[in-house]
Design a protein around this ligand. Structure first.
Ligand code: GYE
Length: 305
């Protein structure tokens, strides 16, 4: 008959996939765009999203994942704030037969059966692109002193962007990293660390910041010290969010390696596949490029984030 079944709703919502997503935080422009992409893609795909913000703390993320397990969501996705320390909670998800998708950042685990797939950028490649630009653009210069603003200690993008950059500059005899410290991927962190570098380092030629926000913080510190960012001190960053691209087009940043935060659609597609029990690639990459000052000026008007 027409009588609704017990517990049944009016719509087809009972069939909707429920995804628990444990986000890192809201530390950067990149993260804000990433969150918006995931929320919008979920809505468009009819995926019911449970969303939590861990404020960059692993224990908060673990707690969120445990609560998703308890709620028996269909799929868990998360962007691990750091690489290590996930095995226990991921084993709990596996025992509960809830598939897990790593989004944006990887985990460092011996057991790759603890997750279905990792959707994210190649951070080593991003670091290499940053280093290669520096090598090409400092040929013939005597001594190039670089200070590095690292991302969150222990996070995949911090570890990999450092590694990629170091390997790209290794054979250039004139480039040296004279100081390297974490700014936690935030603007205030970048500013504070750069202030300290400007005090302790007599001769800084280049800032390599693992994201735009820290580079923008470094610009504030450089200007406050009476120097001209982009000229007295050249700046290389990663991400290519709108504020970074604006600074690049104004000449305050010299080069940006793109890291694309708009993963939402790809994530929902993968979620549908793993919930349906389909095989998916263990590693799914996001496409990205790089920008010079001229290129930034050209594409800025169309930049969505
Ligand atoms: O580059 C940075 C953010 O994990 C790729 O996290 C992401 C990084 C991004 O805070 O801005």
């Amino acid at each position: 008959g027409d009588a609704p079944a017990a517990g049944g709703g009016a719509g087809g919502d009972d069939d909707a996939i429920v995804m628990g997503f444990a986000q890192v935080g809201a530390e950067s422009g990149w993260r804000t765009a990433n969150t918006a992409s995931i929320q919008q893609a979920a809505e468009e795909a009819g995926v019911e999203l449970q969303f939590s913000d861990a404020q960059q703390r692993q224990e908060n993320q673990i707690q969120a994942i445990r609560s998703y397990i308890q709620q028996q969501v269909d799929v868990i996705a998360f962007s691990p704030v750091v690489e290590t320390g996930w095995d226990t909670v991921l084993q709990e998800a596996k025992r509960a037969q809830i598939p897990v998708i790593l989004t944006d950042r990887a985990v460092d685990s011996q057991d790759d059966t603890l997750y279905e797939t990792f959707l994210g950028s190649d951070f080593v490649l991003e670091g290499e692109k940053a280093g290669e630009w520096l090598v090409e653009n400092t040929q013939g210069e005597d001594q190039v002193n670089v200070v590095e603003l690292q991302g969150t200690t222990g996070a995949a993008p911090a570890i990999d962007r450092k590694e990629g950059f170091e390997s790209a500059i290794a054979d250039a005899g004139n480039i040296e990293i004279v100081a390297s410290q974490t700014g936690d991927f935030t603007r205030s962190g970048g500013r504070e660390v750069m202030e300290a570098f400007l005090q302790s380092q007599p001769d800084i030629d280049v800032v390599y910041a693992h994201n735009d926000d820290m580079g923008l913080g470094a610009i504030e510190a450089i200007e406050a010290a009476g120097k001209v960012p982009g000229q007295d001190i050249r700046i290389i960053t990663v991400d290519a969010v709108k504020d970074g691209m604006t600074a690049l087009s104004e000449g305050k940043i010299n080069f940006i390696v793109e890291c694309n935060p708009l993963l939402g659609d790809q994530l929902m597609e993968l979620a549908e596949q793993v919930v349906a029990g389909e095989e998916v690639e263990k590693r799914v990459l996001v496409e990205e490029s790089t920008f010079t000052q001229e290129q930034a000026a050209e594409v800025l008007a169309d930049r969505q984030y």
